[in-house]
Design a protein around this ligand. Structure first.
Ligand code: UD1
Length: 419
């Protein structure tokens, strides 16, 4: 089993280009199921979740090829509509394949995604929306069997919560459904606009992404297309936090700063100088970070839940007391016990984490509890003097394209160790 070994306490300097967005590439790969020709997708990050998506596509009968950061998917030979249980378990977000498979095959079988490391992740909003579009859903022996024998039709759907996954599944199912679908109360995340841009370039007619009302006019069929995935705003925030805790100065390129307004605000509140120049951001950290009295995760354009753990990690070395309120997921503080091993002072209750900043962290042996919690631990290890070992790094590999090489380019003393 592989570990990451960090010799912390070194200031980060230099520049790197930020990877393509995990939360974009996964729905876009699912969307290739709907395209009846070859799709070429650029700026795909090398992530284990991308590999899992490619395995799902192959299990459905698609042909996939990877060359560098470009993935080509040909779904002309699609022959299956069932996602194997092992792949469903590897990646809970594989539920986003549901809308695409049902759109293409009029039938889909997935195992029930159930709970996960962030607390329960229900899909009731996904399923009730699909039912409104003509899908019959039944559950048998832990499998969800969805079918639309007469085909899918458009519907007017109001989401009680702007769920990212449900919005994506509805867009996917509606793209080739008969008639018009309207989503009221849709999620506005940039990754949803990226999915719509991909589908529109393949011939779909999706309007209003980025607003809370999305209209989809179903088309007969989608063709192949070529698309470039948007930059990963969460990976960018992670590298910024890495630089911030070490007192360094880094420049990140290939970014969309307009996607990061709420995150950049937190870095500035913490005393960092953040300069924007086109698609680049330069962060210079102060000698000591300042406390940020309250940060609350919210739906976009609010502060992203995925940037919560990295923010809490950063604030463990800020001067004074900071409060983080997690409003999207229950049970997102499992990484906090690991941060405490570094000497961080954090108290959690329900959805609140109170961090009393310490001057210095000390090295620790710990493990990644989940993807973003794992990133938080890397940040603590970079801040802490001495050698830290991080286990269970498969969680980190789900969402970061070779984080070790990226941080080494910024001057960190970090490496993989094979046991
Ligand atoms: C969520 C995040 C997204 C992040 C992704 C990966 C939000 C709003 N969503 O997307 O930014 O990139 O995780 O970490 O920040 N819910 C239901 N029923 C449903 C669907 C969702 O009750 O059918 C609830 C969930 O329990 C949760 C909330 O809605 O409390 C957010 O869900 P959703 O946006 O759907 O989650 P993801 O799509 O996983």
């Amino acid at each position: 089993m592989s570990e990451i070994i960090v010799n912390g306490g070194k200031k980060l300097y230099g520049g790197i280009s930020v990877q393509g967005a995990k939360n974009s590439v996964l729905p876009v790969l699912a969307a290739t199921v709907l395209c009846e020709n070859e799709c070429v997708i650029h700026n795909c990050p090398a992530l284990s979740d991308v590999n899992t998506s490619l395995k799902i596509l192959k299990a459905l009968g698609c042909t996939c090829q990877t060359e560098g950061n470009t993935v080509t998917v040909d779904s002309r030979g699609i022959s299956g509509y069932k996602i194997p249980d092992t792949l469903m378990r590897e990646m809970r977000s594989s539920v986003v394949f549901l809308g695409a498979i049902i759109g293409r095959c009029k039938k889909a079988v997935i195992s029930s995604p159930g709970g996960c490391e962030l607390g329960p992740r229900p899909i009731d909003l996904h399923l009730s929306a699909l039912e409104r579009m003509g899908v019959t859903v039944s559950e048998e022996h832990g499998y969800l069997i969805c079918s639309a024998e007469k085909g899918l039709h458009g519907a007017e759907i109001s989401l009680g919560f702007p769920s990212v996954g449900a919005t994506e599944n509805i867009i996917l199912a509606a793209a080739t459904a008969k008639g018009m679908t309207v989503i009221h109360g849709a999620a506005k995340e940039p990754e949803i606009s990226d999915l719509a841009d991909f589908l529109n370039s393949a011939g779909a007619r999706i309007y209003g992404c980025g607003s809370d009302s999305i209209r989809i006019y179903g088309v007969e069929r989608l063709s192949g297309t070529e698309h470039t995935i948007i930059p990963d705003r969460i990976a960018a925030a992670t590298y910024m936090a890495c630089a911030a805790v070490t007192g360094g100065k880094i420049t990140l390129c290939n970014l969309m700063p307009s996607h990061m307004v709420s995150t950049l605000w937190v870095f500035r509140e913490a005393g960092c100088d953040v300069e924007l120049s086109g698609k680049s951001i330069t962060l210079s950290a102060p000698k000591r970070l300042k406390r940020v009295p309250t940060v609350r995760s919210l739906v976009y354009p609010g502060f992203p839940t995925d940037a919560g753990p990295i923010t809490v990690a950063m604030l463990t070395v800020a001067e004074g007391t900071s409060v983080f309120v997690e409003n999207i997921f229950e049970n997102r503080f499992r990484y906090v016990d690991e941060l405490k091993r570094f000497g961080a002072k954090i108290k959690t209750e329900g959805k609140i984490a109170v961090t009393e900043g310490v001057k210095e962290l000390s090295a620790a042996d710990c493990r990644a509890t989940d993807l973003r919690g794992g990133a938080a631990i890397v940040i603590a290890a970079l801040a802490a003097g001495g050698e830290s070992k991080i286990g269970d790094i498969h969680h980190i590999e789900r969402g970061y394209d070779d984080i070790v090489s990226a941080l080494r380019m910024l001057g960190a003393d970090i490496k993989y160790s094979k046991d």
